[in-house]
Design a binder for this molecule. Structure first.
Ligand SMILES: Nc1ncnc2c1ncn2[C@@H]1O[C@H](COP(=O)(O)OP(=O)(O)OP(=O)(O)O)[C@@H](O)[C@H]1O
Ligand SMILES: [Mg+2]
Length: 285
């Protein structure tokens, strides 16, 4: 008791604590993002395409926030702009106007080289068609991002990480198989392992089960869900399938270029699709 620190605190006229505005000015964008748990934000995104002599405005003002560790699904009819939105969120394409902020960095203000760096460091993509390299085996396909970055994927932490993700997706022991020796579900698991191997802040998946049968698709969705629930992976999943979207904590429904509805499901171990299907039916979807 009575140490010098406490005495100082009792002295009148102690210099005032820094005002919030001063504190805020020394706070980085990353800090601000970390503070409210946001990892991804879109602000008033629009995207138009010119085809022939026609301008088509696909996205007409999309704003959203995704929290770290959250699993968000994006639904909507075919042609509603789901894939377009995912490409903007992942920095694969640029919006006509508006901003995407990923982990505190404004993607649309970065030059091409910086945008590529951010995408490599922070995002992993899984698509409907698995995009594996046929001549490379499972290990080499998963290791590809590291190989491209000039790292030796057979050594040290990188090798440990690849082993870890291969175990996670249930492909330990299949390292030497080539894609044509795998089932469709196994191929998608390789693509998922590749996307997760770099520990991306954000995993973006566009209809990852669209090319799989019901049971195999269910396994992939369960793996996505577990990566979120057990490892805190942030996921944005695009799908037209309510059963897939029911794995998410929250569902955004696109229509007419805007977010038409937002459905909170919460984290649920059963991933029961019925509440979502009922809600979508009310929306006429
Ligand atoms: N590069 C492009 N050039 C011109 N138009 C495009 C381009 N990309 C997308 N579009 C148009 O934007 C609209 C939305 O496409 P998008 O692929 O985002 O829809 P989607 O919701 O993912 O549909 P689906 O469920 O069928 O995959 C479509 O009308 C499409 O033709
Ligand atoms: Mg699409």
């Amino acid at each position: 008791m009575g140490g010098s620190t406490e005495y100082t605190l009792m002295v009148p006229n102690t210099p005032p604590a820094p005002s919030p505005s001063v504190a805020a000015s020394s706070e980085t964008a990353q800090d601000r993002f970390a503070r409210d748990g946001t990892i991804l934000e879109a602000r008033d995104l629009t995207k138009g395409f010119r085809t022939g002599d026609r301008d088509v405005e696909v996205l007409r003002g999309i704003s959203l926030k995704v929290r770290r560790g959250e699993f968000v699904a994006v639904m909507g009819p075919s042609g509603s702009g789901k894939s377009t939105l995912l490409q903007l969120l992942g920095g694969l394409d640029r919006p006509t106007s508006g901003e995407v902020i990923l982990d505190g960095e404004v993607v649309s203000r970065l030059g091409d080289r910086e945008a590529t760096r951010l995408r490599r460091e922070k995002t992993g993509f899984v698509f409907q068609f698995f995009n594996l390299i046929p001549l490379l085996d499972v290990y080499e396909n998963v290791a590809l991002p590291f190989t491209i970055a000039g790292e030796d994927p057979r050594r040290g932490e990188t090798a440990a990480r690849i082993k870890d993700v291969l175990e996670m997706v249930g492909l330990a022991g299949r390292e030497r198989s080539r894609p044509d020796q795998l089932s469709a579900g196994e191929q998608q698991r390789v693509a998922l392992a590749r996307a997760l191997a770099g520990s991306p802040a954000l995993l973006l998946a566009d209809e990852p089960t669209g090319n799989l049968d019901y049971a195999t698709g269910g396994e992939i969705l369960d793996q996505l869900w577990r990566s979120c629930d057990q490892r805190g992976q942030t996921i944005v999943l695009v799908t037209h399938d309510a059963r897939a979207a029911a794995h998410a904590d929250r569902v955004l429904v696109l229509g007419d270029g805007k977010i038409r509805d937002e459905i909170q499901l919460g984290r649920r171990t059963d991933r029961d699709a019925r509440p979502l299907i009922t809600r979508l039916a009310h929306l006429g979807l």
